[in-house]
Ligand binder design. Structure first.
Ligand code: DC
Length: 225
């Protein structure tokens, strides 16, 4: 098979990571988790006492950060940081890092390089993030905008956090937070998440009422594979 790219973008908790991972499994492809790269940079800043408000310092920090990814692990400068990337401190810090124009330019360059190398070797690359179709692979064979109703996405996050017995935060708070993040994602000045995905050639896939298998089936059908 000749290599090609599939780009998956969409709002928080739409299931992009899960669907990209499953697609990579089905197609024996490579899941390019671009959010993990921004998370690595945030982690590097936290661990090295670099203030993420100091944009110049963050851009400089990126020159010291190297990434590697396998199906189930993310490495930063050779260290397996998969678990560390899920820390709350990383989640709250990363939006500041991802909003820096020079950081984004360098990330897109590296993401494209990583992806193209795989494609040249005949692999399918499933790039997942917020700008995978608009900036990283505008030439992707398929562009998917994966979304779900805010209430559904909030419910998924609530369950991931332990549900009504273990979550330390209420469903209502998560719903409010989800809506706020949607607003921020679509209104940030640099590379916002598009709010009119059809205009950008995306196939919009609302998985509110679909399970993972049904979602994958729709994508594969569209790809005619
Ligand atoms: O998908 P995620 O939660 O791991 O993303 C982490 C952060 O990086 C989040 O603030 C969105 C941002 N991001 C981005 O701006 N562009 C991408 N291509 C991927 C993630």
């Amino acid at each position: 098979m000749t290599g090609f790219a599939i780009a998956i973008d969409g709002p928080v908790a739409a299931g992009k990571g899960t669907i990209a991972g499953l697609l990579a499994h089905h197609l024996h492809g490579f899941h390019l988790n671009t959010g993990a790269m921004y998370r690595c940079l945030a982690l590097f800043c936290l661990e090295n006492g670099i203030s993420v408000s100091d944009q110049k310092a963050v851009v400089e920090a990126l020159t010291h950060v190297w990434f590697d990814m396998t199906d189930d692990a993310v490495f930063m400068n050779g260290e397996d940081v998969t678990e560390k990337l899920k820390q709350r401190s990383v989640t709250t810090t990363v939006p500041k890092v991802a909003a820096i124009r020079e950081v984004r330019e360098e990330m897109v360059k590296r993401q494209r390089e990583i992806g193209l190398k795989k494609i040249e070797n005949g692999n399918v690359v499933i790039a997942e993030g917020r700008d995978a179709a608009t900036k990283i692979f505008p030439d992707a064979k398929m562009k998917i905008f994966l979304t779900a109703r805010p209430e559904i996405r909030a419910q998924r996050r609530f369950e991931q956090m332990g549900g009504k017995h273990n979550a330390t935060i209420s469903y209502d708070q998560i719903l409010a937070d989800t809506k706020e993040r949607d607003y921020k994602d679509t209104h940030r000045t640099v590379d916002p998440l598009v709010s009119d995905p059809e205009e950008y050639g995306y196939m919009v896939l609302d998985d509110s009422d679909l399970n993972e298998e049904e979602t994958i089936e729709k994508v594969l059908k569209e790809l005619s594979l």
